[in-house]
Design a protein around this ligand. Structure first.
Ligand SMILES: [Zn+2]
Length: 425
């Protein structure tokens, strides 16, 4: 009996130590201040336990040699659309079932994680396919990033989130709860999204580039409707993301108390001042324009959308530069799903070209986005006590931001998903 107890305790010890490992990189980037330092990282049960030198002495813990890499915190994207085949555009997209869209989501989630994006916010998905994808990832069924999901985006009738491709004779009313035309319908839509598993609320406060017969400058939703959405969401502890290109929609949404403005294309000095006063984050997708204008016609994006993008993309970049120079809170959001999932990091060099330092661009995709998500106490930094979401790249990204486009190592919650040898396959 005594032997049995001894053996059992030995087994416990071994199984515990197997949850530990050490990363031994060339160096680590401190995203707080841009300092590069040399140290190893001890990880246990998915959490960074210790950062320092000679952590591996006198132990038999597995050491992962990353001597050719600089480590940074896992990257975050505040604006993705993982559900669906992103090759389908315009009327082709009408033929895609939710089931097929969700299966593409499995592939898209993996590509996103392998690109070094360990946390994303999915803003808009039909029939709560995003909830299923998030839960499948959390349950270990499939590989993907940590996800915050909105469920269906709320839209006015005929708004950016309504299905405007169908004529009246084919536009059967499915009772889609995301179509909202009063403050009380707004509250009910928020309640339903929460009930079925959404983490946050997304609504469309103006027309959009990719929707038919909407004007990017036209405000959608009244002030009272926006206030109802935000009040109801915040009372349940849910954040609110407002899609808004035009200035009136931006300003009305900020005054209603949203947590982030998505796109923010026509923001001006007044809007920027309001965003700063209210602590509203801007999520400005300044890479996607080049993709839409370069590839869009070939990919079947409607000419109406291309025409809008030719105007909006340029203005958005100029206003990104203005907003950045005024010190607005900026997160990294790309609209991946219009372009290929896994190409998210292409936006970094655009952010640098349009006024950010490399460090500011990386902070936007780590500590700033973590703050918007409300997880800054445990995600977004390589520090003791933080979740072990860690990415390895070939050089210091402050010297060359483009190294973020080809990650060599990806770890999420202490589990290795990609090592350099994998990326050679
Ligand atoms: Zn979007």
């Amino acid at each position: 009996m005594k032997n049995l107890i001894f053996n059992f305790s030995l087994f416990i010890c071994l199984s515990l130590s197997s949850n530990e490992l050490i990363l031994s990189p060339k160096n680590i980037l401190d995203v707080n201040n841009g300092e590069i330092y040399t140290a190893d990282i001890l990880i246990k049960d998915g959490v960074i336990k210790k950062i320092g030198k000679n952590l591996s002495s006198n132990t038999n813990i597995e050491v992962i040699n990353l001597r050719n890499m600089t480590l940074i915190p896992g990257l975050m994207d505040a604006h993705v659309h993982l559900i669906g085949n992103n090759e389908l555009n315009g009327y082709e997209s009408l033929a895609e079932s939710t089931q097929m869209a969700t299966l593409y989501g499995v592939k898209n989630a993996k590509n996103t994680l392998m690109a070094g994006f360990t946390t994303v916010r999915n803003v808009g998905a039909g029939e709560f396919a995003d909830v299923a994808l998030r839960d499948a990832i959390n349950n270990g069924i499939i590989d993907g990033p940590n996800m915050f999901v909105s469920g269906p985006a709320l839209s006015i009738t005929g708004g950016h989130g309504d299905n405007n491709l169908l004529p009246y004779s084919h536009n059967h009313d499915h009772g889609d709860h995301y179509i909202v035309d009063s403050p009380w319908e707004a509250r009910k839509a928020v309640r339903l999204n929460r009930k079925f598993g959404a983490d946050l609320i997304k609504f469309t406060a103006t027309g959009g580039v990719m929707s038919k017969n909407t004007d990017v400058n036209a405000r959608q939703f009244t002030s009272q409707e926006m206030i109802s959405i935000v009040d109801e969401a915040h009372s349940h502890g849910m954040k609110v993301a407002a899609h808004a290109h035009g200035l009136e929609g931006i300003i009305t949404a900020i005054k209603a108390g949203v947590d982030s403005i998505e796109h923010a294309s026509y923001i001006n000095e007044e809007g920027i001042k309001l965003a700063i006063e209210n602590g509203t984050y801007l999520s400005m997708d300044i890479y996607v324009s080049d993709y839409i204008l370069g590839e869009g016609a070939k990919k079947g994006i409607l000419e109406e959308s291309l025409a809008k993008e030719r105007i909006v993309g340029k203005i958005q970049r100029e206003n990104f530069k203005l907003a950045q120079s005024k010190g607005v809170l900026m997160v990294f959001g790309t609209d991946a799903g219009i372009f290929n999932h896994g190409d998210n990091a292409k936006q970094f060099k655009y952010m640098v070209r349009w006024g950010m330092t490399s460090l500011e661009a990386i902070q936007a995709a780590t500590i700033n986005t973590a703050k918007l998500f409300g997880i800054e106490e445990r995600v977004g930094k390589i520090e003791e006590g933080y979740q072990a979401d860690i990415v390895g790249v070939s050089a210091n990204p402050l010297d060359d931001i483009s190294v973020l486009e080809s990650t060599l190592f990806v770890m999420k919650k202490g589990k290795v998903y990609k090592k350099y040898s994998d990326s050679l396959k």
